[in-house]
Design a protein around this ligand. Sequence first.
Ligand SMILES: *[C@@H]1O[C@H](CO)[C@@H](O)[C@H](O)[C@H]1NC(C)=O
Ligand SMILES: *[C@@H]1O[C@H](CO)[C@@H](O)[C@H](O)[C@H]1NC(C)=O
Ligand SMILES: *[C@@H]1O[C@H](CO)[C@@H](O)[C@H](O)[C@H]1NC(C)=O
Length: 362
Amino acid sequence: MSPSTLLNVFVLAALSLVGANAQVTGTYPATPLASKTFTYPSGIPEKVDTDTGLIRGFQHGYNQCNSTTEGPNSLCQTSFINSIDDFCLWAPGEPGSVVANTEGEMVAWCTKPGRGTRLIPQYALQGVQFIKTPNYVQVAGFIRQELINIDSADYGGEMDPHGADLRGNPMGGLIYSNAFGGDGGWTQVIEWHNFMGGNGFCLKACDPNKPDDEKYCEHRLDRIGCAYNAPNNAQNGTFESCEGENQDFPGVYTVNGQVMTYAQPPESEGPITTMPYTARIPASSNCVTYTSSALYTALPSPSIQIGAVSTALPSGASGSGSPSGSRTGAAAGAQNTSNGASSLAISGVSFLGVVFSILFLA
Ligand SMILES: *[C@@H]1O[C@H](CO)[C@@H](O)[C@H](O)[C@H]1NC(C)=O
Ligand SMILES: *[C@@H]1O[C@H](CO)[C@@H](O)[C@H](O)[C@H]1NC(C)=O
Ligand SMILES: *[C@@H]1O[C@H](CO)[C@@H](O)[C@H](O)[C@H]1NC(C)=O
């Protein structure tokens, strides 16, 4: 059976099962991924998705990652989001991939070595905003996605720990954070979402010890991208770490004092071309700006298109002249981010593009 035939079979099976709200052997694991908890690093099994005979096959990579697995061929599926200089994104293992076709097999691409993963190459990150709010941490920004194996024309899709078959996308993918305090150790992030595509990204990881993590990290609005699921102030060419207030729950908005909930239409009704609202971008504060060279000190050179890449460095990036001048030098002082018109940076054409993308399962 060809991969696309197999995919179609799975999609049809999954949709009919979801429609019937059925629990059928062959599709669902005994325990949904989002219900599996492991202590990092001591409690991590080699793979967390071990059911056999399921329709999407076996977990592509592994969760126990170490110095042996680290590097450009790593299939590590244990990921992290800690700070602006220390986070990972889900991206494909093979060059030129389309997110919708590879969401189940994504591997961790990180900004820091030492945890057995791949590293995001130099020049790939073109602008990043990290934000910590009372209920979550989020990273959003601009990326040269072909350097992390995503086809340059792909508008992308969404990864989350659920998926139609509850095995997650990627299957068996785990995320940990040390940003939620406590005893200063690692917290397993139970609810998260990660949109990749359109040369942008957003990853929100909700604090499992705070209420409503499943609402802030809503995983069903997979067709409306970062602008609606993770509304943010990320700017291309700017690298900043901020504090902020919580967003509204994705899909929940207020018109004339009335609280409304957006219902995402099914794929069968065709592309989403209009939205009844614009998501509110919450206030951010205490933003600290950096140059990427100060943040990302251990990234490998890109393995492809080096010439094209080096001529298109963002203004804040390593080794570039700075057209604006204002973003050079390490760790510029704290400043507040404007929440004005420029705040729609990542919801423009590139990211609304997710709206028009074809099938990918929530
Ligand atoms: C390193 O990780 C791999 C892949 O999970 C695993 O097979 C191997 O046993 C690990 N090695 C050590 C020394 O832990
Ligand atoms: C920045 O934001 C903080 C918190 O909202 C506020 O207290 C402070 O006055 C602001 N600073 C400037 C320069 O606007
Ligand atoms: C971000 O800026 C770089 C450098 O100017 C540009 O090449 C790239 O297309 C921009 N990305 C997006 C998504 O607009």
